[in-house]
Design a protein. Structure first.
Length: 235
């Protein structure tokens, strides 16, 4: 009787195990290996520098959102080279993954002026570390004492809103001026007999876009000759 009871229990356990295990799917789901990826999602460069990245499982053409700021070159099926073009921020969008790109200036001759177009004086004053020389109703003039090439920055306001900036450079510092322009701006297609014309690398529809004019001949300011570079926001 004991043996019979033992075999009955054993058969019951086998039947239970079979009934429970028969309906289960024991196949393990593995993560997809076809997902698009990029080896670096945050690229920081100076103008003129390059960085190589690996992009996998992406069949479309790889493009940078703003090719004025950075460009990308295909080396082979997986390897790409990002090139810093102008100071600014942009990105590469690969649908399910994004690579943010920051391009910094190569030459640091002075602190950038404040480009808060459309804002009032208080924004500029809270930013500036230069010496405030004059505070007029439509302008703020600052003196730069920590630069080999830039001497004055004059913020101009229209209806109490920042509309343009005059920057006064020493005329003998042609290399420094050229390096500054190359770091930040793109040559304009327009031609002017009195000015060399440039533009910020942003799209013209961007509210932060601005034009750049470089006076071809020195201008007299405070009884000294300077090269005048004017930044102006058309919006």
């Amino acid at each position: 009787m004991k043996k019979l009871a033992f075999y009955s229990i054993l058969l019951s356990l086998v039947a239970f195990s079979y009934s429970c295990g028969g309906d289960d799917d024991t196949t393990t789901t593995k993560p997809s290996s076809n997902q698009t990826s990029i080896s670096n999602t945050n690229v920081n460069l100076k103008v003129g520098e390059t960085a190589n990245v690996v992009i996998k499982n992406y069949d479309s053409i790889v493009l940078v959102n703003n090719s004025n700021i950075a460009s990308i070159e295909k080396i082979d099926s997986l390897n790409y080279r990002i090139v810093g073009r102008k100071v600014g921020k942009t990105f590469i969008d690969l649908k399910n993954v994004k690579c943010n790109i920051t391009i910094n200036r190569y030459y640091a001759y002075f602190r950038d002026p404040n480009l808060s177009w459309g804002e009032g004086k208080n924004i500029v004053k809270s930013y500036e570390l230069r010496i405030l020389k004059t505070d007029e109703p439509s302008s703020l003039l600052y003196q730069e004492n920590n630069s080999v090439c830039l001497k004055y920055v004059n913020y101009l306001f229209t209806d109490y809103k920042l509309s343009s900036i005059n920057m006064y450079f020493l005329p003998e510092k042609t290399i420094e001026i050229s390096n500054y322009l190359n770091d930040y701006y793109i040559q304009s297609a327009q031609i002017d007999p009195e000015y060399d014309l440039y533009e910020s690398p942003l799209p013209k529809t961007d509210p932060k876009f601005f034009n750049v004019r470089v006076k071809k001949t020195p201008v007299n300011f405070n009884n000294v000759d300077y090269i005048l570079i004017t930044l102006s926001n058309p919006n």
